[in-house]
Design a protein around this ligand. Structure first.
Ligand code: EPU
Length: 302
């Protein structure tokens, strides 16, 4: 979708929103898949209510993009514009054991910054690509921890009330790869309470997690992490592997040889290829195990 009305363009500039025409979502997602649309980059959180009112008044549909690392976007010209926060400097401020973090901050860099200041707890998430906002929305977790355990406060734009709100940690429910945030809520910033831990010890935890991840996941390839959630008490990756589906491909969309719940783009896969591969694998797991796998990857199909 393209914004060409000069009145809207002028209003965006007044709001300090940067308009990038025809951004390729393939360049903004870790899967390297996705069509084109206009990208609106937001510098000031406070401009969101006015911006969303402007878009609604002009019937411009929109979606919020974080780091694009858990996302499968449709092909071709997309019927909505994409909103993304510009990362401020600094994006992490420490105050005692509390880390005040902007949602646009890079998750790995935030963990490392806190570690260097002797605050730990988040070691398991090292190596997970994406922004802190994205990790928060999905309640990202790995190696026995999840980000939700450390959340004390979240500032977010709530589309339902069209305003910026602050929620205390206990007002949010964090479950396995799921939170009580509404799909159209936009994460703006978070306060994490992190345990004090000497840098050397945190580094040791980081090293162990990095090794585990390197040995079991296809880190150098274009992927969106795990495609399916694990069903209760089972591993989607193990089931897909047991069915001998590693290497199964539709076009350039391929089940990873390294971890069967990672589907990789080995060249120029389209969303159509990847969606067909997902449907194919889901069907085979359903047929053989009687289990309906649920997507972990977020799909924005036009
Ligand atoms: N396994 C296989 N074959 C495979 C993959 C896994 O047999 O191709 C077996 C492993 O040997 C192991 C078991 O399945 O015995 C579980 O595998 P793994 O430890 O890799 O964990 P997972 O359940 O597949 C989950 C998360 C990952 C997270 C790891 C580590 C989900 C869907 N996946 O994977 O998160 O990094 O644990 O904590 O919850 C993600 O969220 O995108 C993600 C990759």
């Amino acid at each position: 979708m393209r914004i060409s009305d000069p009145e809207i363009v002028a209003k965006l500039a007044e709001m300090t929103v940067e308009l990038q025409h025809g951004a390729a979502l393939a360049d903004l997602t870790s899967l390297g898949i996705g069509g084109t649309t206009d990208l609106l980059r937001i510098r000031k959180h406070e401009s969101l209510p006015d911006l969303l009112n402007l878009l609604d008044a002009n019937e411009v549909q929109h979606k919020f993009l974080g780091g694009g690392s858990n996302l499968l976007v449709g092909d071709g010209e997309l019927p909505w514009v994409v909103l993304q926060l510009v990362r401020p400097e600094p994006d992490v401020v420490l105050e005692g054991n509390f880390a005040h973090v902007d949602a646009a901050a890079d998750l790995g860099r935030m963990i490392t910054f806190c570690a260097k200041n002797d605050f730990g707890g988040m070691e398991g998430l090292i190596g997970v690509p994406g922004t802190v906002g994205g990790a928060l929305r999905m309640n990202a977790g790995a190696y026995g921890m999840q980000i939700g355990n450390y959340v004390r406060e979240v500032k977010l734009y709530r589309a339902a009330g069209r305003k910026i709100e602050t929620l205390r940690g206990h007002q949010i429910s964090f479950e396995y790869r799921h939170t009580s945030f509404a799909p159209d809520d936009m994460m703006l910033s978070v306060i994490l309470e992190l345990p004090s831990k000497p840098f050397k010890l945190i580094l040791e935890g980081i090293r162990i997690c990095n090794e585990k991840r390197r040995s079991s996941q296809p880190l150098g390839q274009k992927s969106a992490g795990c495609i399916f959630k694990n069903p209760p008490g089972a591993s989607a990756g193990r089931m897909i592997d047991e069915l001998g589906l590693k290497g199964l491909a539709v076009g350039d969309a391929c089940v990873s040889d390294r971890h069967a719940n990672f589907f990789v783009n080995v060249g120029h896969a389209s969303a159509k290829d990847m969606l067909r591969l997902i449907a194919n694998v889901r069907e085979r797991v359903q047929k053989n195990y009687g289990v309906e796998l649920e997507n972990e990857v977020v799909v924005w199909n036009a």
